[in-house]
Design a protein around this ligand. Structure first.
Ligand code: SAM
Length: 183
């Protein structure tokens, strides 16, 4: 979103993750962003990114990113012109209702017509980080379609199979929902 947006809000619930995001944004300003360069190189194959990125596109992170502590459940209505939500709604708890409500709140926060991308883990019952167990709702393609149907009827849900014979986690895949906020 960097080349196209005057401001990018990152909303995160965990205070330690908020601090990490703030450090990363500040670090990128100090040329600490080399690990993102290969990702940007892929984006810059598209002329729209190449033209708008400038010769130091990652510096735009420091200029445009605002990290805000907050919850997806408390987002204001119709606030943003474009939005992404990656692996959040399925990874808050093991409560199915919270998955649907988080997707609804994310879409509710976008203005009518706003493009969005939302990624989900498929078939995950939870995951471990540094020995700590985190919960997940085991979602599938149909649940994702149900979650977005009322607020983005024309959205596509694209399955992303695990890569080759070396999946990140056995039995777990991903899906990407792309669409426009209805209204
Ligand atoms: C599985 S991680 C995904 C992180 C990142 N988006 C990525 O793709 O690598 C889920 C993230 O959702 C955050 N989260 C959990 N509950 C949340 C809530 N109610 N509102 C916003 N973020 C939340 C967690 O702190 C965590 O950073």
């Amino acid at each position: 979103m960097l080349p196209f947006c005057s401001r990018v809000d990152l909303i995160e619930y965990s205070s330690t993750n908020v601090q990490w995001l703030q450090r990363r944004a500040a670090g990128l300003e100090a040329d600490d962003g080399e690990d993102w360069a290969p990702f940007w190189a892929v984006l810059a194959e598209n002329a729209a990114y190449a033209e708008r990125g400038g010769d130091q596109p990652l510096r735009q992170v420091a200029d445009k990113v605002v990290v805000t502590p907050g919850s997806v459940f408390d987002l204001p209505e119709a606030q943003w012109d474009v939005g992404t939500m990656f692996f959040v709604a399925c990874s808050i708890s093991s409560e199915v209702d919270e998955f649907y409500e988080a997707v609804r709140c994310f879409l509710h926060a976008l203005r009518p017509g706003a493009p969005f991308a939302a990624a989900f883990m498929i078939g995950s019952d939870g995951y471990q980080v540094d020995g700590v167990e985190f919960p997940a709702v085991r979602v599938g393609q149909t649940m994702i379609e149900e979650a977005i149907r009322d607020m983005a009827g024309d959205a596509k849900v694209i399955p992303i199979p695990s890569g080759g014979g070396d999946p990140l986690r056995d039995g777990v895949e991903m899906a990407l929902a792309l669409g426009l906020r209805a209204g």
